[in-house]
Design a protein around this ligand. Sequence first.
Ligand SMILES: CC(C)(COP(=O)(O)OP(=O)(O)OC[C@H]1O[C@@H](n2cnc3c(N)ncnc32)[C@H](O)[C@@H]1OP(=O)(O)O)[C@@H](O)C(=O)NCCC(=O)NCCS
Length: 185
Amino acid sequence: MERNSSHSDGKEGKEGFLEISLRPFDLSDVDDLMVWATDDRVSRICSVVTCTCREEAVKYIKDCVIPHPWYRAICIKNRPVGFIKVTPNSGGDRCRAELGYALATKYWGQGIATKAVKMVVSSIFSEWSHLERLEALVLVENPGSQRVLEKAGFQREAVLKKHLTHRGRTRDLVMYSLLSTDPKL
Ligand SMILES: CC(C)(COP(=O)(O)OP(=O)(O)OC[C@H]1O[C@@H](n2cnc3c(N)ncnc32)[C@H](O)[C@@H]1OP(=O)(O)O)[C@@H](O)C(=O)NCCC(=O)NCCS
């Protein structure tokens, strides 16, 4: 696990020059994390962690974020505006890992998530040489996230019916994948 690694992409996007970087979280990021973890507009369209108070957010960073094998802050000027994580599997499922991400609403629509996903994709298969498949599951009612994955080169594979209960209702999810053998990598 490269806890000190950071990676930046300052390419010109459709919305102009926006330099973002990825780095591990630490406890001092709690207030920034709370911006999206307490925002209903973020959690209603994906199963992201929600926090109701600062103590809960501190506990989440300590217990879940810091020990996670690949959980990064998406930063602008080193300040977290969202997160991106790759969750590995074990045993027979070790060949694949799941991508997840979210941004504070203030930063939506500027190409930031697409840049962050592209940065992860460009490095994760060499960091984890056993990895053959990166997958992402998106609610059918989340077209923005589906578009992010498509712009980053993921293939839409299937709709998984009634795959997840989210906010008291079973939902259909779209399965996206990117393979280590993909010629675009
Ligand atoms: C999904 C999310 C990460 C997107 O982040 P972002 O930085 O705004 O994404 P980008 O700007 O890189 O790209 C968004 C794309 O989706 C498109 N889009 C956004 N809302 C859309 C909608 N309702 N219908 C169709 N397309 C939509 C945008 O136009 C853009 O595509 P374009 O560049 O071709 O115009 C952000 O909205 C978010 O954090 N949502 C809540 C959490 C979440 O859904 N996480 C993903 C879980 S799978």
